[in-house]
Design a protein around this ligand. Structure first.
Ligand SMILES: NC(=O)c1ccc[n+]([C@@H]2O[C@H](COP(=O)([O-])OP(=O)(O)OC[C@H]3O[C@@H](n4cnc5c(N)ncnc54)[C@H](O)[C@@H]3O)[C@@H](O)[C@H]2O)c1
Length: 367
């Protein structure tokens, strides 16, 4: 790997084959001069097809490693001598956390602990100047703050009130990262973002599932009354924010990242149907007729919203996409990249309902 400019850094990115991680790696290789070591276990959510445009770059390396594997992680730090870590690897789907919380505690809590300890040992032996500039950037979610009523938004000082096994595991990892800063002085950054959407999104999440089910004439499931409100962040806007915060954020600080794009779930599904009617009209089918209300998710948070004042004022970041422009780009991407999503859909996940936790006997714990 070459260091092509003064600005270039070697960054260990965990979870770089996932949805957000791959957007970040494409940005850092395609538009920045960083060297990237992508450390990913390749769970069902990891997909190297999403990195096809960067895989030949001399500034890119892929290592298939579990972040819970202490010895292998220590060896990667020794071999690549990174200038920092951007940690995205996680089990990330709330419905899966309801069916099998064990994997979430293992990767999100134990895996974060393992990375923190390996990073701390590496950081402690760096020469002073590199030690000062080292960063451990932990990527987390606004779901750690719990649910909002119809008013207000989450800020960096909102109390933690996680409601799902997923958000509880992310909250635990946020606390570990904070403690490694206060106890050991490891220069950490924490970002909590809202719901991401965009190209290369695994089709178990609302937006890609709705697009693909609609194209295949399948029901478009809407949980409960569909009035749950989410803030939507276009994934490439998020990747830009992560790279900026990694370079310019203040160690020990938390930054919330949002798209300033609150939408009710039912409206998101309706907008996708409108876009598909325009971009891929089907004379035999009205997409809106496929909308099907299904039993709500247990413990479903009602509303999330993000106050982005801090990142806008401190770092000058703003999202470039509105929800309308980002959703149009997303629908167009899925229409033009059938080979990507066909390979995902042909695998083990066929778009079935997850996360009902109907009876303990049905729970398939992973350990
Ligand atoms: N997607 C969102 O809307 C959203 C919102 C807020 C926060 N986040 C956070 O952002 C991060 C990335 O989310 P995403 O949507 O890209 O997730 P994703 O599920 O698409 O990707 C996760 C990646 O981590 C890898 N991984 C999982 N377990 C691993 C392990 N033990 N060791 C190494 N790699 C492992 C997977 O193979 C996959 O490539 C996560 O930490 C998530 O909590 C996501």
């Amino acid at each position: 790997m070459s260091k092509s400019s003064f600005e270039s850094k070697t960054i260990l990115v965990s979870g770089g084959a996932g949805f957000i991680g791959s957007a970040l790696v494409r940005l850092m290789i395609g538009e920045c001069s960083h060297n990237v070591v992508n450390v990913d276990k390749l769970t069902y959510a990891g997909n190297l097809d999403s990195l096809a445009t960067v895989q030949m770059s001399p500034r890119y390396r892929f290592e298939q490693v579990d972040i819970c594997d202490h010895d292998k992680i220590v060896e990667l730090f020794r071999r690549y001598q990174p200038d920092g870590v951007i940690h995205l690897a996680a089990e990330s789907h709330v419905d899966r956390s309801i069916d099998g919380p064990g994997a979430f505690l293992q990767t999100n809590v134990t895996g974060t602990f393992t990375l923190l300890e390996a990073a701390r040992a590496h950081w402690a032996q760096l020469p002073a100047e590199r030690r000062d500039q080292f960063r451990f950037h932990h990527v987390s979610t606004d779901e750690v703050y719990g649910s909002l009523g119809s008013e207000g938004s989450f800020s960096e000082t909102s109390p933690y009130r996680p409601n799902s096994p997923y958000s509880a595991s992310k909250a635990a990892s946020d606390h570990l990262v904070r403690a490694w800063y206060h106890t050991y002085g490891l220069p950490v950054l924490v970002t909590n973002c809202s719901n991401n959407y965009g190209p290369y999104h695994f089709p178990e999440k609302l937006i890609p599932l709705t697009i693909l089910n609609a194209l295949e004439g399948k029901p478009l499931p809407v949980y409960g009354d569909g009035h749950q409100v989410r803030d939507w962040l276009f994934v490439d806007d998020h990747a830009r924010a992560l790279e900026l915060i990694f370079r310019s954020g203040e160690p020990g600080e938390v930054y919330n990242i949002g798209g300033n794009a609150e939408q009710r779930n039912i409206d998101v599904v309706g907008m996708i149907c409108d876009l598909l009617s325009e971009l891929s009209p089907n004379p035999a089918r009205r997409y809106h007729d496929l909308i099907t209300f299904v039993t709500d998710r247990p413990g479903h948070d009602r509303r999330y919203a993000i106050d982005t004042t801090k990142i806008m004022q401190a770092l000058g970041w703003t999202p470039t996409e509105t929800f309308n422009s980002g959703l149009r780009k997303t629908v167009n991407w899925y229409l033009n990249n059938e080979s990507w999503w066909r390979r995902v859909r042909d695998g083990s996940y066929q778009g079935q309902r997850l996360g009902l936790a109907t009876s303990p006997a049905q729970l398939k714990e992973e350990y």
